[in-house]
Every structure is written in structure tokens, then in C-alpha cells.
Write a protein that binds this ligand. Sequence first.
Ligand code: ADP
Ligand code: MG
Length: 237
Amino acid sequence: MSEVIIETKGLWKSFDLGDEKIHILKDINLTIEKGGFYSIMGPSGSGKSTLLYLLGGLDKPSEGSIKVNGKELMTMKDQEESIMRRRDMGFVFQFYNLIPNLTVEENIMLPILLDGKKLKDYKERLEELLEKVGLTARRKYTPRELSGGQQQRVAIARSLMSNPNLILADEPIGNLDSKTGIEIMELLQRINKEEGKTIVQVTHSRESANYGTHLIVVKDGQISKLETGNNEVRKIV
Ligand code: ADP
Ligand code: MG
């Protein structure tokens, strides 16, 4: 049986808007297996980012349980949770979220710096990642000197710096043209296949979901889970 990396049970996210209570996510029961490449799709405002942030501990559910690597996020101390997030998870966002006045290599090294580790112990890892994302020649550039696709490559390298098992990406190609988007999806697919990283991405595009192994469709606060790849879709539940 596959190893489970994230498991949610009875997950709700609700907002109190004065006299009205809105439920963004209703009773989400989801299992993310190690080595999978999951895509979350659904209409705008359906709760995709909210779900992704809950899975990564960036937001708290109103109710329910989230276990990451067997540990319950809800009962974890804040400090323990942030250490776990920094070491076991990498995040990639639509607008890259790079630090504008740091160079490519400084941005990639940031997780190590924040974790209080010695940069010199990670020189080899930095070279490997620069190579992997094709930015060795641009290591001294700052983000504004790079194209959108190159900036997203920096963000992907940064997400891999602490060698986490899990990468969470919110619309990683949402701000890119389709040719660049394909290149980024191919990079993510290589990271999934060659390094066995588990990836959960939010995407608007069915094409981009096809790079993955599973599709999670969010609609009216609930999900259905599908298997994808090779342009075939099979309903699991
Ligand atoms: P998606 O990523 O699918 O576009 P989101 O997860 O960003 O959707 O948001 C889902 C819904 O939750 C949206 O309708 C949004 O307006 C609502 N929402 C998000 N955060 C809050 C908040 N702090 N208060 C009230 N509503 C919120
Ligand atoms: Mg969103």
C-alpha cells in the first residue's frame, strides 16, 4: 500500500459574515499519497487556495483534522508546525513571491538561512538546484532582471532547497504564457517523477492537470477525486 503523506478528516472552512455563515469547504476527506502529483481544479472562488493553504498549515480549518506525515497539525505547537513546514514542505505561488533585492542564489538559499543553518554546508545543493532549473548562468541576477518563467524557476528551486517531500503550488503557471507554462509543468513533472516529490498544485487548466496523476475537483465546497494522466480520467470515488 502507498504511504500517506496528508490525510484530512471532516475538514470544514466557514466564515461568519455577520448574520450569514458561509461554508467554503464542507466535510473534506482527502488522502494525498506519497509520490503522487495532485491537481486541484474548480471555479474561481470555489475554495481551491483555501484547501491548499489548509493542507500546508498556512491557514486553520474551522473544524476537522489534518495529518501531515502522521502528525496532527491542529494539536501541533505553532513553533513545531513552522519548523515542520520549513523542512517538510516547499511552497510555490502564482506571483513567485521572490525577494526583489536578493539575487537568484540568495533567494534559493533563503530557507536555509531562515532555518538557522550554515550556508556553506549547502553550496553543493545550490549548484545542483541552479543546474536543475537552468539558471546557473543567471545566479547573480535579481528577480526584475528575469522573465516570469525564470522567476518561477527560482521559486521552484527555493521550494526544493530544504529537500522537502511535499511541494504545494498555487496556480504555478497562472501568470505565464502557454509555452512557458508547459516548460514549468515539465519541470514540475520531472521533480515528481525523478525525485519522487509529492506535488499538490492548484490549477485552472485541464492541460496542466494532465501532467499529474490525480485530479481533485472542488465544487460547492465539496470534492470529487479522479485519476488522470495520458489524457485519461478515471473516477476513484
Ligand atoms: P479559489 O482559490 O478557488 O479562487 P479561495 O480559496 O481563494 O478560492 O476563496 C474561496 C472563497 O472564500 C471565496 O469566495 C472567497 O471570497 C472566500 N474567502 C476567502 N477568505 C475569506 C475571508 N477571510 N473572509 C471571508 N471570505 C473569504
Ligand atoms: Mg486561488
